[in-house]
Ligand binder design. Structure first.
Ligand SMILES: [Zn+2]
Length: 162
C-alpha cells in the first residue's frame, strides 16, 4: 500500500442499492471523471480523474456497502497514478480533496433528487388501441396516444385513441 493512498468514508441515509444507483448517475454527470470499471456485485466503481492542469491522473475506487437497512457507507479510495508520481509531489494536496468533494457533492445532489425505485410504479401504463377499420390491436405507452399511424394490417391511416 502506497503512502499516497487515501481513504475517505462517509455515511448516507439511503439503502445500498439506491445509493449505488445514485452514485452511477452522479458520476455520469461529472466532468473529468472516466469510469474504467464497475462491479455491480461488489457495488464498486473504479474511476480515473483527469487533472489537465497538472497532466496527471488519479485513480479512485468508490465502494458502497451496507450499514443497516436505512443507510449505506460510501468508501472512496484515491490512488495517484504511479506514472504521475513526480507531478503528484508538487501537486497541491487540496487537488485530491477536490475530487472527493466533487464526488460527494454530486452524490448528495443526486440523492436529494433521487426517487427510490418502487417496482410498482416502475411499470409504465400500457394503452390498448384498435384500428377502427380492421380491428388490429396495438399497445403502447402514453406517448402513442393521439399518434397518427398507418395500420400495419390494413394500411389505412388511423389515429390511436384510447
Ligand atoms: Zn387496420
Amino acid at each position: 500500500m502506497s503512502s499516497n493512498e487515501q481513504e475517505s468514508r462517509f455515511q448516507v441515509n439511503y439503502s445500498l442499492e439506491d445509493t449505488f444507483q445514485a452514485l452511477q448517475s452522479a458520476i455520469e454527470k461529472l466532468e473529468g471523471f472516466e469510469t474504467v470499471g464497475l462491479d455491480a456485485e461488489q457495488h464498486s466503481i473504479h474511476l480515473k480523474a483527469q487533472s489537465a492542469l497538472f497532466s496527471s491522473v488519479e485513480e479512485l475506487t468508490i465502494t458502497v456497502s451496507n450499514c443497516d437497512n436505512q443507510s449505506a457507507a460510501v468508501t472512496i479510495l484515491t490512488v495517484p497514478n504511479p506514472t504521475g508520481a513526480l507531478l503528484n509531489n508538487v501537486r497541491p494536496p487540496e487537488k485530491r480533496r477536490n475530487h472527493l468533494r466533487e464526488i460527494m457533492g454530486a452524490l448528495n445532489n443526486e440523492l436529494l433528487n433521487y426517487q427510490p425505485m418502487d417496482p410498482s410504479q416502475k411499470k409504465e401504463t400500457l394503452y390498448t388501441f384498435f384500428c377502427p377499420y380492421c380491428g388490429q390491436k396495438y399497445q403502447g405507452g402514453k406517448e402513442y396516444v393521439g399518434q397518427n399511424i398507418e395500420c400495419t394490417n390494413c394500411q389505412r391511416r388511423i389515429v390511436l385513441l384510447v
